[in-house]
Design a protein around this ligand. Structure first.
Ligand code: PMP
Length: 393
C-alpha cells in the first residue's frame, strides 16, 4: 500500500542548513534558520527559564497525565499579556495549551472547519506552514498581497479581501512581527481592519508568534486587542517558542473569544475533542516552566529584561542596515527600521542570492528572507559589502 505514496519535496530551509554546515569558510553567515541569536551567534536558554526549570525539577512530584487542555495555569498566566487587564473580555475568552504555535494554528483551523469554515483569506507571502496546514485540512487558502513594494503593508488588499469575503470565510492575520516580511500593520491600519471585520462578520484567526520581539509586549498585541474589541468572535493562536526561547519544547496556546461566554464550554469541548484525536495531550515541560516564570515576580522581571535586550539588539541591527541604504541600491534597506521582528525580505533575485552564497558564504532563504538576528558587530560589515557587490554589478 505504501508504495502509492509520492515523495514530497525536501524542506528548502533544511537543505540550506545542511549546505551551511558543510561550508568550510570561516566567515560564513547563516541568515536562514529562524531562531534568535545573540551578538555572539548563540541561541541560549533564557536565564528566567533556567530559573523556572530549576524550581520545576525540585517541585514536580508527578508526571501523571494532565488532559488535552494541558497546563491550565500556564494558559491563564499568559492571558493578561495577550489580552490586557480584562483578560477574559468579560468572560468571553478561554483557552488551552497546544504543542507550539503550530499546534494552535492547526487546532484553530480544524475547529473553524468543524463549524463550517471552508475558505481562509491569507496575505502572501506568509509563514509557509499556514498554506501547508490549510492544504492538509482540505481548506482553501484565498491569497491577497500582504505588502507594497515600498515596504509598507498593503492595507487596501486586506480590506478588499475582507469586504469581498463570502459568509463563513475566515481571515488569518499575523499579530506582529510578520513572518517573513517583518511588515506589520500600523495602529491606524488595525483600527480600519477591526472596523472591516466588524462590518463583514469574517472570522479572524490571529496568529501571535513573536510578542515582545517587535516594539514591546503591549505594543505588539495592540492591533490584536483592537480587533477583539470590535468583533463578536475570534480565534487566537499563540507561540511561546520565540519569546521564551523554548523552540524545541513546543509551547503554545489556543484561545477563543466567543460572542457569548455561555457558549465557551461547547466550543472548547470541540477543541478538546480535536486535540484528543490529534496529539492527545501537549508536552508539559516548557509550559510548566513558563507558568512558573510568569507567576514569580523576580523571574518575570528577568524574562522581560531578556526580551527587551533581544528586541533592542534586533532594532539596532535594523538601524545599521538602514544606514547602509545607499550602499545597496534597490533593496530599500531604509524601510527596515519601520519593520519588526526576526525577519525581513530583501528583494534580491535568484542570481544575487546564489552569488551571496557561493562567493560570500552568506546563506539565506530562496525567498530573500533574512534572519535579522543572524547579524552582529562581527559580520554586519561583511554582509553590507556583499550586498553592495551583488547589487552593483
Ligand atoms: N506562526 C508564525 C507566523 C510563525 O512564524 C511560527 C514559527 N515559525 C509559528 C506560528 C509557530 O511556532 P512554533 O510552532 O514553533 O511555536
Amino acid at each position: 500500500m505504501l508504495e502509492k505514496l509520492q515523495s514530497q519535496p525536501a524542506d528548502a530551509l533544511l537543505a540550506l542548513i545542511k549546505m551551511y554546515a558543510d561550508d568550510e569558510r570561516e566567515d560564513k553567515i547563516d541568515l536562514g534558520v529562524g531562531v534568535y541569536r545573540t551578538g555572539e551567534g548563540a541561541t541560549p536558554v533564557f536565564s528566567a527559564i533556567k530559573g523556572a526549570e530549576t524550581r520545576l525539577l525540585e517541585q514536580q512530584d508527578s508526571k501523571s497525565y494532565l488532559g488535552p487542555e494541558g497546563d491550565m495555569g500556564f494558559v491563564q498566566a499568559l492571558m493578561p499579556y495577550v489580552f490586557g487587564e480584562d483578560a477574559t473580555m468579560g468572560g468571553r475568552i478561554a483557552g488551552m495549551q497546544t504543542p507550539g504555535g503550530t499546534g494552535a494554528v492547526r487546532l484553530a483551523l480544524a475547529l473553524a472547519q468543524r463549524a463550517g469554515a471552508e475558505r481562509v483569506h491569507l496575505g502572501l507571502p506568509s509563514w509557509p506552514n499556514h498554506v501547508q496546514i490549510l492544504e492538509d485540512l482540505g481548506m482553501e487558502a484565498v491569497p491577497f498581497d500582504h505588502a507594497n513594494a515600498d515596504g509598507s503593508a498593503n492595507l487596501a488588499a486586506l480590506i478588499a479581501a475582507i469586504d469581498g469575503a463570502a459568509p463563513g470565510d475566515m481571515v488569518l492575520l499575523h499579530g506582529c512581527c510578520h513572518n517573513p516580511t517583518g511588515i506589520d500593520y500600523t495602529p491606524e491600519d488595525w483600527d480600519v481592519i477591526a472596523q472591516a471585520l466588524e462590518r463583514n462578520g469574517v472570522l479572524p484567526l490571529l496568529d501571535i508568534a513573536y510578542q515582545g520581539l517587535g516594539r514591546g509586549l503591549d505594543e505588539d498585541v495592540a492591533g490584536v486587542r483592537s480587533v477583539l474589541a470590535a468583533v463578536p468572535e475570534a480565534l487566537i493562536a499563540y507561540s511561546c517558542d520565540k519569546n521564551f526561547g523554548l523552540y524545541r519544547d513546543r509551547v503554545g496556546a489556543f484561545y477563543v473569544m466567543a460572542q457569548d461566554g455561555g457558549t465557551l464550554d461547547t466550543i472548547l469541548s470541540n477543541a478538546n475533542a480535536l486535540a484528543r484525536a490529534t496529539w492527545s495531550m501537549p508536552p508539559d515541560h516548557g509550559a510548566a516552566a513558563v507558568r512558573i516564570a510568569l507567576r514569580d515576580p523576580d523571574l518575570t522581571r528577568e524574562w522581560r529584561t531578556e526580551l527587551d535586550g533581544m528586541r533592542d539588539r534586533m532594532r539596532d541591527v535594523r538601524r545599521q542596515l538602514a544606514v547602509a541604504d545607499s550602499d545597496a541600491p534597490g533593496l530599500n534597506l531604509a524601510a527596515l527600521t519601520e519593520q519588526n521582528g526576526l525577519f525581513a525580505v530583501l528583494p534580491l533575485d535568484r542570481g544575487q542570492i546564489a552569488a551571496l552564497r557561493e562567493e560570500h558564504a552568506i546563506y539565506m532563504a530562496g525567498s530573500g528572507r533574512i534572519n535579522i538576528a543572524g547579524l552582529h558587530v562581527g559580520n554586519i560589515g561583511k554582509f553590507i559589502a556583499a550586498l553592495a557587490d551583488v547589487t552593483q554589478r
